[in-house]
Write a protein that binds this ligand. Structure first.
Ligand code: GLC
Length: 437
């Protein structure tokens, strides 16, 4: 999506941030089999609870996390304050099933919020509406109105604490309304209350409005819920702010022993794809039970961070840029009059041919290198010459092209093979469309 939709000034930081880190952490890490082990393996609730109470992440050092996050180039972070198991990572008065009162003896949310804020990242919290320990939640208000009121009150009070006791919270990620709807839980009232406590907060779209499942599957919630969309494990652009939620592993969000990790180029590809389509990506990590980050994650995140150090200009603050056909080489982003070509495939050809351009290019550089590239325009085709066979970049090389104006394209650039006018394609197939060659 190259056309930029307007967002309120207070949310511009999110539009520009592009890259966040999601942290799924809780006592489930002790099981080393993902965040949903309690339900997925139908464990005994009492035994899980006992185990959770004994969780003691003694090597958790929030500053060490924040240091890795900052060096990795993340602009915001989001920690699970309570996942579906109901265990709270903060000092809550609503239940003793929390990290302050139990063995951990620490307010993990406080340590986290202070550390990431200090390192200049925006502060986000995740909260699960559902709690697997509460059968009443699943039975619903019809069956047990009084019990359900209690569940609602607990949600209200917990969010009130989180929004009051931890300074400015920039971002809130709700999850897991199923099988309840927002009108049953009162998500609209809760959101209104939260906005009085944190006027600038961004709230995601998982608010349980009644709507069509297809939209929920695609966008992670309804298109008009909350402030931004959260497509999960896919990159699905929307006509508003959105972030693609991606695991750094193959499957689970919570720590999983011997899980497979996505490689740094896969992570970078997902980031570039999201950004080129006008969105953000939030990359997940599941810290270990002792509180340290898995080495596999740190290594890959820092490799991407190193890349961002050189090429960050092509990512942060850009406004998408799927400008013209570039699928055979990689991704594009735009900022002002600049077009950035991000090569997930560097084919070694000395000349790059960019079709369908209506704007004049002034100059082009291979970012991170000194040599100027040559720029030549013939009709609507732009030729960039002087490219080295080896771009000297193990991840994705980037060419920055400066134009005299905001770059634009012909209809061939705007409408690709599958969405253009079929008659035009027919003329081209007959050799009648010559303007582009
Ligand atoms: C899914 C998972 C949940 C995870 C969430 C993150 O809803 O079920 O465990 O927290 O995605 O977006």
């Amino acid at each position: 999506m190259s056309d930029f939709c307007k967002v309120p000034e207070k949310f511009q930081w999110f539009r520009d941030a592009k890259y966040g880190v999601f942290i799924h952490w809780g006592p489930y890490a002790r099981y080393e089999r993902g965040e949903q082990v309690l339900f997925r393996e139908h464990l005994n609730q009492r035994e899980y609870e006992e185990n959770a109470r004994q969780w003691n992440p003694k090597n958790f050092d929030a500053d060490a996390w924040a240091d890795v996050f900052a060096r990795a180039g993340f602009q915001y972070a989001c920690l699970t304050t309570r996942h579906h198991d109901g265990y709270c990572l903060w000092n809550t008065k609503t239940t003793d099933y929390n990290s302050m009162v139990q063995t951990a003896g620490r307010d993990l949310v406080r340590e986290y919020t202070e550390a990431v804020r200090k390192r200049g990242l925006r502060v986000g919290l995740y909260y699960s509406w559902c709690d697997w320990r509460q059968p009443v939640y699943y039975e619903g208000p019809g069956k047990n109105p009084e019990g359900f009121e209690k569940v609602k009150r607990m949600i209200w009070e917990q969010l009130d604490e989180l929004m009051t006791n931890y300074g400015k919270i920039d971002y809130l990620f709700f999850d897991g309304t199923w099988p309840r709807y927002g009108d049953e839980i009162g998500t609209e009232e809760i959101v209104a209350h939260i906005r009085t406590l944190q006027p600038d907060i961004l709230i995601n779209n998982r608010l349980g409005f009644r709507g069509n499942q297809e939209e929920i599957d695609k966008f992670g919630g309804l298109e008009d819920e909350g402030d931004f969309g959260t497509p999960e494990q896919n990159v699905f652009p929307q006509d508003r702010m959105w972030e693609s939620c991606q695991t750094s592993t193959w499957r689970w969000w919570g720590y999983t022993k011997n899980e497979r990790y996505k490689s740094s180029d896969e992570i970078l590809k997902l980031l570039c794809e999201s950004v080129s389509k006008g969105g953000n990506m939030i990359l997940n990590v599941g810290p270990k039970p002792d509180g340290t980050l898995p080495e596999e994650f740190t290594e890959r995140a820092l490799a991407v961070g190193k890349w961002l150090n050189t090429y960050g200009e092509a990512i942060y603050g850009t406004d998408g840029g799927d400008l013209t056909e570039f699928a055979t080489c990689g991704y594009q982003t735009m900022k002002g009059n600049n077009l950035y070509l991000i090569f997930s495939i560097w084919n070694g050809s000395p000349v790059l041919r960019l079709p369908d351009m209506t704007s004049r290019a002034a100059e082009a550089v291979l970012m991170g290198r000194k040599e100027r590239l040559t720029v030549e325009q013939k009709g609507t085709t732009l030729y960039i010459g002087g490219l080295p066979e080896d771009a000297g970049e193990p991840l994705f090389p980037v060419i920055k092209i400066q134009f005299a104006e905001r770059p634009g394209t012909t209809s061939w650039g705007k409408e690709r093979q599958w969405q253009g006018d079929p008659m035009r394609i027919a003329r081209w197939a007959r050799g009648e469309e010559t303007g582009n060659f």
